[in-house]
Each structure stands twice: as structure tokens, then as C-alpha cells.
Design a protein around this ligand. Structure first.
Ligand code: SF4
Length: 351
């Protein structure tokens, strides 16, 4: 069996689809809304029409590991918490700069070799309980395309008080967001560029759908953080950064924006590394746009990975890479944060 055949065989009937004429189905799990003929897969290559029934991945992972929550990155959620992170195969995008292409592109690029390991949702939930891990994260590849599997895991883990999170490209539909909302508390979106042509050409998606998803995630009350991988010559112009920051700020000034440094990878091996000055310029642009929390990532230890009170500027969370060295946010019984200096509310889910 080749990899595609193996993936096709590890499936279960999905929930996020509708039957349409001629034995076709329309998938509702992501913004592509693929219309899939019998015996074919959608763009992601993991959801397949089998005689008018949409079959979706179930019962395996391509990777499973314990990561600090700061690595996702979530900086305003349960500081220092361990996460049980799992990844699958495939993606609904084809970003030329993908830093997880070995798994995300394994089904469409013969140079990306990956495998899977069978495991049940009960076993994943039990592992989180055994290791005393408060959060399971669907990450490493695009979680939206395997949503039913994530929800199966999260619903079992949720019975034990374990919460769920998505690390995603934000190419969702209202339907899938409503479907996951009871099981997912935390949602990280990669906002890759503010240039619609580049979104289409380099990633295979639509900027408008990602923007809409960000607004809808926020409206539904998920805790949301946004990451932009800063790629020289691709998305680092002053105007584009300003547009991104102003858009996020228009949704909420309290959404953390992580601007992270790129290293040449996949089909962008000839691009430059992001310079520290470029990252700091983006951080500055975010702050000038009015965002309360802007962070520099992949740049080495600096004050730009710390959280300061947006009011009195007191240092509240001091980080060194994935480690939290100081934490002085006052946390109330409901998990809301307060600055000990000026008593301003510090956005996040701190407990
Ligand atoms: S998840 Fe997206 S890419 Fe995959 S089949 Fe569904 S609509 Fe198509």
C-alpha cells in the first residue's frame, strides 16, 4: 500500500459535509468547500468520497509529542503548561515556505516522506491524563482537515478536564468553527500575508476567507493568537505590516500578534533569513497600530518575548525562549489576569 492508500484505509464517516447531486459531496471542513466526486479526495487529499459518503481520517497520528505551550505559540494561555501535541498528514494549503512540509505536503510531494502510527482517541486522552497534561493541541499540520478526529479526541479528554487547541492556517467555515467550539478553547492562526495574490499563488488560499475566519473565531469567544512568519521580500514591506496590524487591531487590540523570523525552507530555500531589524520593525509597527501585545519569535532571547502591561508598562511575564522566568500577573478565580501595578485587565486565559 502506498501512503495515499494507507490514508484512505484509516477513515471513518465524517460529519462536516453534505450530499449533492450525482453522488458527489460538498466538504464543509474548510474554506475550499471542495465538491468531491465518488472515489476522489478533496484538495487536502485526506477526505474522500466513498459512494456518496465522506470518509475522514481516524485512528492514527503522524506525530505525538509533549511541547511547552509557549512553543505553539500561546503566550496568554496557562503559562508553562505542557501540551500533548498531535499531528496528522496533509494540508489544504501548499505554502512554498512551509516549515512543516514533511508532513503537510506528504500526500502531494514525492520528496516529503512521512508515516503514521495507529492510536485510538482513548489512548491519546489517557496519555494526557497519565502525564498530567492540561491541554491537547492539534498541530504540526492543518487541523481543520481532520476536525472530526480532533473532536473525538478532545471530547474524551474533555471528560477529564483537559482542554483542546488548534494551531491552524485559519482557512475555516462558520460550520466547522461551530462544530469545534464546544471542544476547542484556544485557536492560533497563521496570517501569512495581506497580499491576496500571494495568498492565492504561494499558499493556495484566499486572504478574505482567512480574515473572515479570524473575525469569526474572535466573535465565538475562542482565545485567539495570531502569528505572521516574516519572509524577506514576501510580506515584510512597511505597508503590508501596517495593514496586518491594523486589521488585527480592528478585531481586538488584545489579540497577541507574534512576528516570527523565517529560515529558508522547502521551496523558498533561496530566500534570505529574516533580519533582527526587520522583526523589530514589525513589532514597532504592531505597537504603533495600537496592538497591546506584540512579540518577536525565533530571534533569540530578547525583551520582545516578554509581556508588559499595556497601561503602566510593568514587566508581567518574562520569557526566555519557551521558558517563563517571571510571572507576576494576578489571576482571579475565573482565570482572568490583572496587572499588579495599575490593576488593568491583562487579556488571556491564565488558569
Ligand atoms: S478539508 Fe478543505 S481541502 Fe479538504 S476536502 Fe474539505 S474543503 Fe477540501
Amino acid at each position: 500500500m502506498n501512503l495515499q492508500e494507507t490514508i484512505n484505509s484509516k477513515t471513518k464517516q465524517g460529519a462536516l459535509y453534505e450530499k449533492i447531486e450525482g453522488g458527489k459531496v460538498r466538504c464543509l471542513a474548510c474554506g475550499h468547500g471542495c465538491v468531491i466526486s465518488d472515489n476522489s479526495t478533496g484538495i487536502c487529499k485526506v477526505r474522500r468520497n466513498n459512494q456518496g459518503i465522506l470518509m475522514v481520517p481516524n485512528g492514527y497520528v503522524s506525530g505525538l509529542g509533549i511541547d511547552p505551550i509557549e512553543k505553539k505559540p500561546f503566550f496568554h494561555v496557562l503559562p508553562c503548561a505542557k501540551t500533548l501535541s498531535f499531528g496528522m498528514l496533509g494540508c489544504n494549503f501548499k505554502c512554498a515556505f512551509c516549515q512543516n512540509h514533511i508532513t503537510s505536503q506528504a500526500l502531494r510531494d514525492p520528496f516529503c516522506f512521512s508515516g503514521i502510527e495507529e492510536i485510538s482517541s482513548d489512548e491519546i486522552a489517557a496519555l494526557a491524563v497519565k502525564k498530567n497534561i492540561p491541554l491537547i493541541v492539534s498541530t504540526y499540520n492543518e487541523p481543520l482537515i481532520t476536525t472530526e478526529w480532533a473532536v473525538e479526541i478532545f471530547s474524551k479528554a474533555g471528560e477529564k478536564g483537559i482542554r483542546g487547541a488548534y494551531v491552524s492556517n485559519g482557512y475555516a467555515t462558520a460550520k466547522v468553527l461551530d462544530f469545534i467550539r464546544p471542544y476547542v478553547d484556544f485557536y492560533k492562526v497563521d496570517l501569512k500575508t495581506f497580499n491576496p495574490d500571494n495568498y492565492k499563488r504561494i499558499c493556495g488560499g484566499s486572504l478574505e476567507i482567512v480574515k473572515k475566519t479570524i473575525e469569526e473565531i474572535y466573535k465565538r469567544g475562542f482565545w485567539l493568537e495570531i502569528v505572521t512568519l516574516l519572509i524577506p521580500g514576501f510580506n515584510d514591506s512597511e505597508q503590508e505590516l501596517k495593514d496586518i496590524a491594523e486589521f488585527i487591531c480592528g478585531v481586538s487590540a488584545d489579540i497577541p500578534w507574534h512576528v516570527t523570523a523565517f529560515h529558508p525552507d522547502y521551496k523558498m530555500k533561496r530566500a534570505d533569513f529574516t533580519s533582527p531589524s526587520s522583526i523589530l520593525n514589525a513589532v514597532d509597527t504592531g505597537k504603533k497600530a495600537g496592538l497591546n501585545y506584540v512579540y518577536a519569535g525565533n530571534m533569540g532571547h530578547s525583551q520582545f518575548e516578554n509581556t508588559f502591561c499595556p497601561g503602566c508598562k510593568e514587566l508581567l511575564v518574562e520569557r526566555n525562549g519557551y521558558f517563563v522566568e517571571k510571572f507576576s500577573v494576578l489571576v482571579d478565580a475565573g482565570g482572568k489576569g490583572i496587572c499588579p501595578g495599575c490593576k488593568r485587565r491583562i487579556a488571556g486565559v491564565w488558569k
